[in-house]
Design a protein around this ligand. Structure first.
Ligand code: GLP
Length: 263
């Protein structure tokens, strides 16, 4: 990364309530995605990054470490940190939003909102989100498209108290995770997920534009925040003919290949 690229980094918004390390991370991701710098290019040193953005080196390090964990960058001992190749980015078993995942795969995401409301959750949702019977949730059901073609249907439930004015502040056809991060400082850190295989019912098939009975992936996810609090319970179905699951399994604690995965 040249000093010119470093100079392009937008200043941080200090009053927004969004953690500084996260803002740095988002700016660097933006630069990678826009092709402003290429796979294999080195990142400036933490000192330079910290000085340019007016943050401590610890904050800069936190941002860079998070990007390495996501596979967007990698460190070489004694040589510095580099931008990963796009293959590295295709590890979509990370906790990614639909929008991020589709962009990383080179497609354009969009959504059609089927419903968005506040409701009293059923028992499964209460149990997953660890909330009491009196508490309400936001329930958002959307068809998610990739390059204008249906990829899946997602139904997310979030405790109302983590983002009480979500109905007023959020355009549900845009990225939910981006809104949660930018407006409420909420990050999904860990996800428990169960994957099953099913067949599209007539109603789902119509929305997904497949034949009734077509194979679909069924995902049940609970996402947790930094402090281990459950923040989202999601049931989704993805078209078996369009979606694939790619994962790297390791035997030890360390992944000897760094972040790369070929999907
Ligand atoms: C993924 C997750 C969902 C989450 C969604 C948010 O698809 N499986 O749990 O709700 O991302 O995506 P976006 O931020 O694009 O709205």
């Amino acid at each position: 990364m040249s000093s010119n690229q470093l100079a392009q980094l937008r200043p941080l918004e200090r009053k927004s309530g969004v953690p500084l390390y996260y803002q740095i991370q988002q700016r660097l991701i933006g630069q990678i995605r826009s092709g402003e710098y290429r796979p294999g290019e080195p990142l400036p040193s933490l000192q330079e990054l910290a000085a340019r953005l007016g943050v401590s080196q610890m904050t800069a390090r936190q941002a860079v470490r998070a990007l390495c964990e996501q596979g967007l960058m990698y460190s070489k001992q004694g040589k510095g940190t580099f931008v990963s190749s796009f293959k590295h980015e295709r590890n979509f078993r990370q906790v990614l939003s639909f929008t991020e995942e589709m962009r990383m795969r080179g497609s354009t995401p969009s959504s059609r909102v089927l419903s968005f409301r506040v409701e009293a959750p059923n028992r499964d949702v209460r149990t997953a989100l660890e909330i009491g019977p009196g508490q309400k949730v936001f329930r958002l059901r959307r068809i998610r498209y990739s390059d204008g073609r249906p990829m899946g249907i997602e139904c997310s439930c979030l405790p109302q108290d983590i983002c009480p004015d979500l109905m007023e502040t959020f355009d549900p056809s845009t990225s939910l995770y981006r809104q949660l991060a930018e407006r409420y400082g909420i990050q999904m850190e860990v996800t428990d997920e169960v994957v099953e295989v099913g067949k599209a019912t007539a109603a789902d098939a119509m929305l997904l534009k497949v034949a009734t009975g077509s194979p679909i992936f069924l995902f049940t996810r609970t996402c947790y925040g930094e402090n281990g609090k459950p923040l989202e319970y999601v049931k989704s179905m993805y078209r078996g003919d369009r979606y694939k699951i790619v994962q790297r399994l390791t035997r030890g604690r360390h992944d000897v290949l760094g972040a790369s995965i070929k999907g």
